[in-house]
Design a protein around this ligand. Structure first.
Ligand code: FES
Ligand code: FE
Length: 461
């Protein structure tokens, strides 16, 4: 594969500085240089400046409910072990042995008090502490300092509504502070019952030859594509009227690249689709006492249906039939956009549901979610197919020679001045407000990550 790194003038940092400047200037004009979607230097910088620094979503507590439970996850390019240790604490650790670096754990999920490295047998506790090595006296004369040789641990791990986030940088604000007004939205979506939500099955995983940002940015605010990319769902009468969805879509923007699309479901489909259409018998069991009036009004009129929490977590909840012809029921899908290489991601898709709901509802919600957004889902294939084209043109010699820029110039009608909730509410999704915020957050992390690296180098010198 031809690699443009070899022809970029100057150093990688100079090239990135220039590109970021062009992205910033482009955003002011509603234009985006296409190479951000596939470029070796951009990819490498994103791993260092975004994924190795900021809060990243790694899983849900219901996936590791018992002491000793663990699961393998990823933060950028790194494989990590997420454990619930013997003291019930959640840890996120680099899955590489401190002795010679091989992978310590090879099983996706399980329960273990210890992890024994398959190479020479160094053994770690499930909180990452170094525990033992074979032939201690002969090999090390008993002089191995356990405190020095534990697995690398993420210095910041926290949860919100069961969602586990980790940050590899020491220098981050606490999770809730970092999420800011997005917490208000998460409370309205995930905090409706004291028993919380639970993951219904293992996340489905599939490789997509598209950049991770194509998915994250799409979920942040692109309802415009639905009437074209997903038209087959209307033609097949699976979701009649899907081609009208964007005219009933709105944007909730909480800054920092975190934003959601709302759909006026009660108006678009029927009044019973307030609160996404949860059947009345279950809706009555929701505890709304912690929500404010704006949150309740939002769920009654324009419930959030899709969203992105920068960089790698996205959300979907809307009513859909479990099988064609049945009454639609809401499903909740969470996805992780895992960068793999420039222009390639691994997409992880989960279905979650409120834990208190009966098993039959869980089963149907799972089917509804998979039917639409599983790897063979009617919508998923539409999306991934179009995103792959973006990665291709990102590395196209012709597009680069021409300095091709992508169009973000929809007519803007502004935020609702009467909005009483947190963040901003844009009654029309047209305007690409949310996508612009996504790119501004990307720019911020790229700039701050560079500064932090320079600071570290300065410190070392
Ligand atoms: Fe793990 Fe040697 S690499 S014990
Ligand atoms: Fe889509």
């Amino acid at each position: 594969m031809f690699n443009y790194d070899s022809v970029q003038p100057g150093s990688r940092d100079d090239y990135l500085d220039d590109l970021c400047q062009r992205v910033e200037q482009g955003m002011d004009e509603g234009l985006l240089p296409v190479e951000v979607f596939r470029d070796d230097a951009v990819f490498r910088a994103e791993m260092e400046r975004i994924f190795a620094r900021t809060w990243v979503f790694v899983g849900h507590t219901s996936e590791i409910p018992n002491k000793g439970d663990y699961m393998l996850r990823r933060i950028g390019l790194d494989k990590v072990i997420v454990t619930r240790d013997d003291s019930d604490k959640i840890n996120v650790m680099l899955n590489h042995c401190r002795h010679r670096g091989t992978e310590v754990c090879h099983q996706d999920k399980g329960n273990a008090r210890q992890f024994k490295c398959p190479y020479h047998g160094w053994t770690y506790r499930n909180n990452g502490d170094w525990l033992a090595a074979p032939h201690m006296a002969d090999a090390y004369g008993g002089k191995l300092d356990a405190k020095e040789w534990g697995l690398l641990r993420a210095p910041n791990v926290d949860t919100i509504h069961g969602f586990i986030f980790a940050a590899l940088s020491e220098d981050v604000p606490p999770l809730r502070e970092h999420l800011g007004d997005t917490v208000w939205m998460m409370d309205a979506i995930f905090g409706l019952h004291p028993d919380g939500m639970k993951v219904l099955a293992e996340p489905e995983r599939f490789i997509v030859k598209a950049d991770w940002k194509s998915g994250a940015e799409n979920f942040s605010g692109d309802a415009y594509h639905v009437s074209t990319a997903h038209l087959s769902a209307a033609l097949a009468e699976f979701i009649p009227g899907v081609n009208q969805v964007s005219t009933h879509a709105s944007g909730y923007d909480f800054g920092n690249g975190n934003s959601f699309i709302g759909h006026a479901l009660p108006k678009l489909i029927a009044p019973m689709f307030a609160f996404w259409g949860y059947p009345e018998e279950y809706r009555k069991q929701f505890d709304l006492s912690k929500l404010d009036a704006a949150q309740i009004e939002m769920l009654e009129t324009v419930p959030p249906t899709i969203g992105t929490i920068f960089p790698n977590m996205s959300f979907l909840r809307f009513p859909q039939p479990a099988v064609p012809g049945e009454m639609p029921i809401p499903f909740t899908s969470i996805r992780m956009w895992h960068p793999v290489s420039p222009g390639v991601m691994e997409l992880w898709n989960y279905e979650l549901e409120y834990a208190f709901l009966p098993e039959e509802f869980h089963r149907k919600a799972y089917m509804a979610g998979q039917f639409g957004f599983g790897s063979g889902g009617i919508f998923e294939q539409d999306d991934t197919a179009v995103w792959e084209g973006i990665a291709k043109v990102g590395n196209s010699p012709w597009s680069r020679a021409k300095g091709m820029k992508l169009h973000y110039q929809q007519k803007r009608s502004g935020a609702d001045p009467e909005w009483k909730g947190k963040g901003e509410f844009h009654p029309s999704i047209y305007g690409e407000y949310c996508q612009e915020k996504f790119w501004r957050r990307w720019l911020k992390d790229m700039a701050e990550g560079k500064k932090a690296k320079q600071g570290a180098k300065g410190g070392a010198a």
